[in-house]
Design a protein around this ligand. Structure first.
Ligand SMILES: Cc1ncc(COP(=O)(O)O)c(C=O)c1O
Length: 443
């Protein structure tokens, strides 16, 4: 069990001998000791694993694409000050959705050339913050472009604008994670994009690129091919009709990660980038177009594997056909299984290589039958009070979490070179009422 599940965990995960028995360590830190120090549920991030993922993107781009390249971290996957600081140190752009995430980017001191803003229906506040803070705004629709044109007439200098287009093809993934199809709520149609570039040229708006994102958590890059072709067709038309060329094309992100041992081996970033780069090079060559800057936008494949969630088992329950392990977290810190049936795996923190007893169902404490984090996972006998470590927990957990049933958002701890840094404290009960105001009259 240990050998099969270990490749889901951060690269630095090891087993260390302790008085309590062999115990998992990450980044040189003992997980049982971390649970003791910071409480559970607890989110851990191994910086070495994030650094390695970043390097794999950088190296693959350099290996396969002979022109300018860049990486944008899709901040929606993990947004907190420490993560934004990490992005800055990697020299990546940080994708922020709206004024809220822009505030986090500002707290981390990111300069405008490191910030890109996404959003399907940006509010006035979002657009104003984006214009003030970002180096790039990815424009979602013609209405938004018109609003930006209006802002420009008020004397504001706009950042670079990239148009998000719907290529009409989605990747193979859960329907809730598909975005590239014709009927998607995201982006311009190709016809709208042609008019938008013409309008931008007429009004002197700095439209300099195209972006598309066809969906997330895919293992087969093939559908990105027609996506690239559609966008290059669009570029060819615009070049012929308006003499306009984009400086940047961004085929989004979405490359998958293994969440469960059935999905191993870990998908290779190099294979994904090689596919995109080849299609871009061939597509540009066939159409006589110069190679634009290639800007990829991964989220989960940079951070999911680096993150581990630690839970403590409270009660254990046997029902007619299930062994339930009731843990102290669940859909409030990780809504993905309830949202789209995401599958996970787990290991006991102490003595993780014990013989398997049989399947177990890991459920959280919240008042929803759908609050089941893991179904039908072979596990050893587990005692109440034991710790379980859930790998691949680094993306779309803590920022998608809620305060359902008064849940307090977990602490987040950053692990590096044997040192554990608290980067986000656990919420307290008083955080739950911090925004509340009493009724102005007695009950
Ligand atoms: C526009 C855009 N770019 C990039 C991503 C990143 O996807 P992933 O985290 O799967 O790489 C998303 C995810 O929703 C997205 O919507």
């Amino acid at each position: 069990m240990l050998a099969t599940r270990l490749p889901l965990f951060p690269l630095t995960t090891e087993l260390a001998a302790t008085p309590a028995g062999p115990t998992l360590t990450i980044g040189g830190c003992d997980l049982a000791a971390l649970a003791q120090q910071f409480g559970t549920p607890l989110y851990l991030y191994d910086q070495a694993t994030m650094d390695a993922a970043a390097t794999s993107y950088r190296e693959a781009l350099a290996r396969h694409y002979p022109s300018e390249t860049g990486v944008t971290f899709a901040g929606k996957a993990l947004m907190l000050t420490a993560a934004a600081q990490w992005v800055q140190r990697q020299g990546f752009l940080l994708d922020c959705t709206g004024a809220g995430e822009l505030h986090i980017a500002a707290t981390a001191d990111l300069a405008s050339h490191q910030i890109l803003v996404h959003g399907v229906n940006k509010s006035d506040e979002d657009l104003a913050a984006a214009v003030a803070q970002a180096g790039v705004i990815v424009v979602d629709n013609p209405t938004e472009l018109a609003r930006l044109a209006q802002i420009a007439t008020q004397g504001r200098t706009l950042p670079e604008l990239w148009l998000r287009v719907r290529p009409g093809v989605a990747v193979e993934t859960h329907a809730y994670r598909q975005t590239g199809q014709h009927d998607s709520k995201f982006g311009f149609s190709t016809e709208e994009a042609i008019s938008a570039v013409a309008m931008a040229q007429a009004q002197g708006l700095p439209v300099t690129g195209f972006h598309f994102h066809q969906g997330s958590q895919f293992f087969d890059p093939t559908p990105i091919g027609p996506g690239i072709d559609t966008v290059l067709e669009l570029v060819q038309t615009l070049y012929q009709q308006h003499g306009w060329l984009p400086t940047t094309i961004s085929p989004g992100g979405g490359w998958g990660v293994a969440y469960h041992e059935d999905e191993l081996p870990q998908p290779a970033v190099d294979e994904y980038i090689a596919f995109i780069a080849k299609r871009m090079i061939e597509g540009c060559h066939q159409r006589g177009l110069p190679l634009p800057r290639l800007q990829v936008e991964p989220g989960r494949s940079l951070v999911a594997r680096a993150g581990v969630a630690l839970y403590r088992v409270g009660a254990i329950k046997e029902t007619p056909s299930r062994r339930w392990l009731l843990i102290d977290g669940g859909m409030a810190d990780n809504p993905r299984p309830a949202l789209y049936g995401a599958r996970y795996s787990a290991l006991p923190v102490t003595d993780p290589d014990r013989a398997i007893l049989g399947p177990a169902w890991l459920a959280g404490p919240y008042c929803e039958s759908g609050d089941v984090l893991i179904e039908d996972l072979p596990l050893p006998e587990i005692a109440a009070g034991e710790l379980l470590a859930v790998p691949a927990s680094g993306a779309y957990h803590i920022n998608m979490g809620s305060n359902y049933n008064g849940a307090r958002k977990p602490a987040v701890v950053w692990l590096r070179d044997g040192v554990a840094h608290l980067v986000q404290r656990r919420e307290t009960v008083s955080d739950l009422t911090r925004r509340d105001l009493p009724l102005p009259f007695g009950a």
